[in-house]
Design a protein around this ligand. Structure first.
Ligand code: MGD
Ligand code: MGD
Ligand code: MO
Length: 892
């Protein structure tokens, strides 16, 4: 810390900050129109002039130095006013109405409309649904350009023209909507004049100008990054969702989903009242009728076949408290048949990381990416799927960190990689063993770490003799030279970091993949040593970590006590006052199999569109049709809701109260900005209501009480409460003590395995479940695209649908030529399991022989294609490998 004087007042500020920060710390508000704390300083607008040691300087570009004497008053106020007035004089008077930083500065400096003498007529660009440009208001401060480069890393914007005509423009020259813009909203948020603004009621609102009132601080309900957001309401309506500058992960950044895709909230398609099946149709009903029908169905199932005939799929979109309550409900009625979409996603991470290190979460806090000097990004496309994380990784790389990407496709960060490994889908285990082989043979390991803190080296060393680079090249299709280069980059880095996604987990041997990947960090001593950013899965849904943490899994109770462990059961039983069944319940695919076999008679699906997103979906539909009672809690009439007997209208994340756990294990608060529409209720209320209907009291009258009860059962969360989170913001687990911070970095002293060591795994590579043949010659990989989210129910009901209106199958030009296909042709796609229809998109992002598509449009039927092959340890579907063939589809 350093001390200095501002207008005679002593202030103490951290080292390295600017005079502007020091002056603001002293409570003096200066205009700073080209400045944003999130960006490198420019010092170009001269509106923050102060005097330091007798010299007039721009405060934003002058470092604060010990003992400095800074003056801000007297003649300086006049100089600053002149600087702002010069800027204003180039703008039309309506610039004063924009509610912008500039307008505020003008008001406080007494600069009125008569001083705005700028011309109009440079025109607007309103081509984009979320970002409008009013060129007449642009002051060419360059904040938007820096935001797009330095924070988002898209480099979509530039300043064009000369002198007073300089104005921001998309770098591609055409309309905004056709530019590289990914609508993160960064330029909108930093623009000091309103030249770039969100259209509609949110126009002019930024983190710098939003009102203090009517702002609800909450956590994004889309992906697992856990961005802190500020929801701004006016007259009971949502007008904007802004990034929160205090957000520990996003730090004032956001993406197109959290920032803009909230139009679904008041979509006319939103469910606002319960529906009950009468014959072939679902008809509007009261909550009383809907709950009666559901309760009757559950009672009949219990009477016919006992608690084993009842199951629930809990929602990783819902809060911790809702997940806690739903698993408690199931267990109290005697069933462990509860699961969540972690099953489809990162269950291999939970299982693999637990086996290797002891706990089912990422090893470090995302803050530590700032220390990493080499990233191994494997089977993850954070630029599209976790954009705020993708942006921070990219910034690290642009600032010098080395990057190895392992992904069959050339997308996202692969464009910036030092080495891009393109394994054939399903060959990760061989690839990782190949990398480990080089670490060993080139002595790029940490012998002391291996001796003192790891186990399993002899077995792994023996196994790896079978994975020399030439053999691995054959198994994976990755050239041996690339393997060596990648292993050397990872092996020689000081703080290497592994970040991975579904390209590792959604395979027949996903858990083996996670463990073989973890081997690399163990060999290198790059985990649990307190430096760097060990091994971290980019968990998917906003609360998939939390849903599992809360015990919405068939084999674990809240806090990961096993249902087979009498002590864990006893802890829950003491609090719940009911016996907990001691045998693991059904996993999601087992639930469907049981339903088809007539053994499952009541299924409650909360917030998961299983008919769209589970694999081999024709069979899922069969299972729902066979199950005598299906209850579905939803925002929309999803494909699953359409097949249900009772549909309960649910509140969405901006309408409810609770907590989520993000991908780096941080608990964060979720707060309602709005009431739910019509008769929709939170899942929390719906679970209580149905349990009460069945005569089962669940306690936990409020979400705060539910988390408090969970904290009593699970030592991992014992120190957590809503009250604490309201005070402290984000708190990571493990958090056993209310008076201690949670553990952001795991394993700094010992691993959480029974022997305290990290466990190397020596499992051989085994081929994927699906293989191409003459009938199905192409390999289909499925995954995500930036503008839509999973089943798409929310993003398709927002203006993201304008950004990405159609669903495409990416094909390499070689394959397109072989099939005589052109861009945009309608295709039939057939697999051994079902059929889908998609439009061809010809691109070199995919490898010849492989195709790629997302699953965001239920009408395309992508998951009819995927198989029921699943990870041999966790049943996570092999979504990433399906053999397909193309047919021309000329039907309408
Ligand atoms: N925009 C958007 N964001 C999302 C979501 C969304 O639907 N849309 N969904 C959220 C959810 S639930 C999740 S789980 C996350 C998922 O986030 P990611 O894990 O990043 O998502 P995917 O695109 O499914 O898969 C990642 C990559 O794995 C690659 N891959 C496939 N097979 C292999 C292989 O065998 N080896 C290797 N090394 N790579 C392979 C694919 O080419 C793909 O680029 O995203 C979350 N964020
Ligand atoms: N082919 C293929 N399929 C995949 C994948 C893949 O990579 N390839 N990835 C898989 C993965 S990783 C995942 S996580 C799954 C995701 O699959 P799903 O969980 O089915 O997908 P979502 O669209 O995220 O959400 C499901 C539903 O929850 C509703 N919803 C949202 N918020 C709430 C809420 O608060 N309460 C209630 N009751 N409902 C709510 C939404 O309207 C939506 O219809 O998809 C899987 N499917
Ligand atoms: Mo996911």
């Amino acid at each position: 810390m350093i001390g200095l004087e501002v207008d005679g007042t002593e202030v103490v500020v951290p080292e390295g900050v600017s005079l502007l920060a020091a002056v603001r710390a002293a409570g003096v508000d200066l205009p700073a129109l080209c400045h944003d704390d999130r960006l490198s300083p420019a010092g170009s607008c001269r509106t923050c002039l102060v005097r330091s040691h007798g010299t007039v300087v721009a405060a934003c570009v002058t470092p604060a130095a010990t003992g400095a004497r800074v003056e801000t008053a007297g003649d300086l106020a006049g100089l600053r006013r002149d600087a702002v007035a010069v800027i204003a004089s180039a703008l039309p008077p309506r610039a004063l109405e924009a509610g912008s930083e500039l307008a505020r500065a003008c008001r406080s400096l007494g600069i009125g409309p008569q001083e705005f003498r700028g011309a109009v007529g440079r025109g607007d660009d309103e081509s984009h649904p979320y970002v409008h440009l009013d060129r007449d208001l642009c002051i060419a401060c360059g904040r938007c350009v820096r935001m797009c480069a330095e924070v988002q890393g898209t480099f979509a914007l530039t300043l064009t023209g000369r002198g007073a005509d300089t104005v921001v423009a998309p770098g591609t020259g055409g309309p905004w909507a056709e530019s590289a813009c990914v609508a993160c909203g960064g330029c909108v948020d930093t623009c000091p004049t309103g030249a770039i603004a969100e259209p509609g009621p949110g126009r002019g609102l930024t983190t710098a100008t939003r009102p203090e009132t009517s702002v609800t601080r909450t956590t994004c309900g889309y992906c697992g990054v856990g961005c802190s957001l500020e929801a701004v309401t006016r007259d009971g309506a949502l007008v904007a969702v802004l990034p929160d500058r205090r957000g520990p992960v996003n730090r004032g950044h956001a993406c197109v989903k959290g920032r803009f895709a909230h139009g679904f909230l008041d979509s006319p398609d939103r469910l606002t009242q319960p529906l009950v099946r009468r014959g072939a149709s679902l008809e509007p009903a009261t909550w009383e009728e809907a709950l009666d029908r559901a309760a009757r169905g559950i009672q009949e199932a219990l009477a016919a076949a006992g608690p084993q005939a009842v199951a629930a799929i809990s929602s990783a979109r819902a809060t911790n408290e809702e997940n806690y309550l739903l698993q408690k409900f199931l267990r109290v009625i005697g069933s462990n048949n509860i699961d969540n979409c972690s099953r489809l996603c990162h269950s291999p991470s939970a299982s693999g990381l637990t086996a290797s290190f002891g706990l089912p979460g990422g090893t470090d806090s995302f803050d530590d990416v700032e220390q990493a000097d080499c990233f191994l990004v494997v089977g993850a496309n954070p630029v599209e799927a976790h954009p705020v994380v993708g942006a921070r990784l990219l910034q690290r790389v642009l600032r010098g960190a080395r990057l190895v990407v392992a992904d069959p496709r050339a997308v996202g960060l692969a464009r910036n990689a030092d080495v891009h490994l393109r394994p054939r889908p399903g060959t990760n285990v061989a690839l990782f063993h190949g990398l480990a082989h080089t670490l060993l043979t080139e002595s790029l390991t940490d012998p002391a770490f291996l001796r003192d803190r790891a186990a399993g080296l002899p077995e792994l060393t023996a196994l790896l003799t079978g994975y020399p680079p030439d053999i691995v090249a054959e198994l994976t299709g990755v050239p041996a030279a690339d393997l060596l280069a990648a292993a050397r980059l990872y092996g020689q880095a000081q703080c290497p970091a592994i970040v991975y996604g579904l390209g590792v987990t959604e395979h027949l041997h996903g858990t083996d993949g996670v463990r073989a990947l973890a081997n690399l960090a163990i060999l290198r001593g790059a985990v649990g040593t307190g430096r760097g950013y060990g091994v971290n899965p980019l968990r998917g849904q906003n609360n998939v970590q939390g849903a599992s943490d809360m015990g919405a899994l068939p084999d674990t109770l809240p806090g990961y006590g096993k249902v087979t462990d009498p002590d864990a059961r006893a802890r829950a039983e003491a609090v719940w006052g009911a016996p907990v069944p001691d045998r693991p319940g059904l996993r999601i695919p087992e639930m469907f199999a049981a339903a088809r076999a007539g053994r499952l008679r009541a299924l409650w699906v909360v917030g998961e569109d299983v008919c769209t997103t589970d694999p081999d979906s024709d069979k899922v539909a069969e299972a729902l049709d066979a199950c005598p009672l299906v209850v579905c809690s939803e925002l929309f009439l999803s494909e699953t809701a359409r097949r249900a007997d009772v549909v309960l209208p649910a509140a969405a994340w901006l309408e409810k109260n609770g907590t989520f756990v993000n991908f780096d294990r941080r608990f964060q608060r979720v707060r309602p900005a709005l009431p739910p529409p019509g008769q929709a209720r939170s899942d929390f209320d719906a679970i209580h209501a149905l349990a009460t209907r069945l005569g089962t009291g669940l306690g936990c009258p409020s979400p705060a009480a539910a988390l408090a009860e969970c904290a009593r059962i699970s030592p991992l969360f014992a120190g957590l409460s809503h009250h604490r989170l309201d005070r402290e913001g984000a708190v990571p687990w493990p958090c056993p003590d209310p008076d201690q911070p949670g553990e952001a970095k795991l394993y700094t002293r010992r691993f959480a395995t029974p022997d305290g060591r990290a466990h190397l795994s020596a499992t051989p590579y085994l081929p994927p479940g699906e293989q191409p043949d003459d009938d199905y010659p192409l390999l289909l990989v499925t995954g995500r695209r930036w503008a839509h989210y999973n089943s798409g129910s929310m993003t398709r009901h927002s203006r993201n649908a304008d950004l990405a209106p159609r669903d495409f199958l990416d094909l390499h030009p070689v394959d397109a030529a072989r099939h005589g296909l052109r861009d945009g042709d309608l295709l039939g796609v057939a697999s051994r399991h079902g059929r889908a229809r998609l439009l061809a998109r010809i691109s070199e992002e995919t490898t010849p022989g492989q195709a790629f598509c997302a699953f965001h449009f239920p009408s395309s039927g992508v998951n009819r294609l995927t198989s029921d092959h699943a990870d041999t340890t966790t049943s996570c579907p092999e979504y990433k490998v399906t053999a397909i063939r193309l047919t021309r589809d000329d039907s309408p």
